[in-house]
Design a protein around this ligand. Sequence first.
Ligand SMILES: [Zn+2]
Length: 443
Amino acid sequence: MKRRDLIKTGTAMAVGFSFPVLSHGKQLDTVSGGIYDQLMREMDSMDIIDAHEHLIPEEKRISKQADVFTLFNHYVNCDLISAGIDPEDLRLVFNSDLPLQERWQKLEYYWNQIKYSSYAKCTRITVEKLYGIDDINVNTIEEISAKVANGNKPGLYQEIFDMCNIKYVIDQNGLTKMPDPIYSQMPLLQGSSFMIFATKKRFDKMCKEFNMEVTSLGDCMKLLDKQLSAWKEQGVVSIKIRTAPNVEPNAIEAEKRLQEMLKAGDWHIDNYQTMDPFNNYILHECMELAAEHDFVVSAHAGVWGDFRDMDSKDLLTLAIAHPETKYDLYHLGFPFIRDTIMIAKNNPNVYLNLCWTHILSQTQTNSALREIVDSVPLNKVSAFGGDFVGHVENIVGHLQMAKEDFAEVFAEEIQRGRFDFHEAVGILKQCFYDNPKNLYKLS
Ligand SMILES: [Zn+2]
């Protein structure tokens, strides 16, 4: 069955999108193919929680000129870089003052190398679902750009959320984006919070804010406690860390290091130098305080750059040392996927959040999902988080790919007899909505 045959036209969006509804045909046999389609339809009518985003304020996003390349920024650009595009050429691609055709010439060769990857698939589905255009090429970029520009106006974010049935978006660093009204509605996640003493400037700012003089490690803990209380009142539901090597904290070494820093009068500790005795101590204490203040700790693991220092296994030290703290472990720890699954299986306080994963590699996420269903309690899985910054439209493509992964795996499992259709639908509702709602206590 051809994918093109499955496109049907649906309702138009208020901001002017013509919204064709896709049902991606997979090369499944007739029985599971039928179940696949039924599962996709069930998911299309479900409430969704987008369990992780970094959205910039809408006002900022729509103040910039938008075109087809807006949809390429974060993450298609990563694959273009990997394919070898000249960084200067890539800069020109994102220069909206230049003619579209000229910009397209800069990337066409590289686009053809990456257009079948999951990042590109996400953007291609987005373009197809939002604008009804089935390919991104030299002949379609003008039309796509006109449609992206047409949607680039107030209400864009809410239109995308409504179209996707998204009821909550857990957004990172929303406090810094106030007073944009969108963020006052959102459950917020505070980034790198345990590193709030990372620079002298930040440290001084906090001391001033909470009217404290800090001369000892004990004072630092009081300051941290006050900061977490303040965040709680402001609607923060989670604090975020990145997995990094860490050891059992040593208060004597940490105090010594703090006194050196105070004596030096200035310092900058890189956010993830968790082997620094002071940082390591703060990290561990912050895990304890997170439990006391009823915050989830969201933990980025794996994926980009030198991922050896972002190993999900480094969460084990924290998860075991602080059993009252709940950890939402992100991205399946790509590429340490099996380790990550086992960490969630073994530890009652570790959950799995599949944010970003469906577009990192749909194939790897799909096969991981089979292993998760086989081994991890199903109340611990959050199915979707877009993990986008300014290109909110791509949530549409990413959510579609998440649904495809679940539909494909669940259709096969129904056929195998692991569970029946109604049980499958119940599990899907849990993963796409109930689990993140319960974990983050959203109301
Ligand atoms: Zn993220």
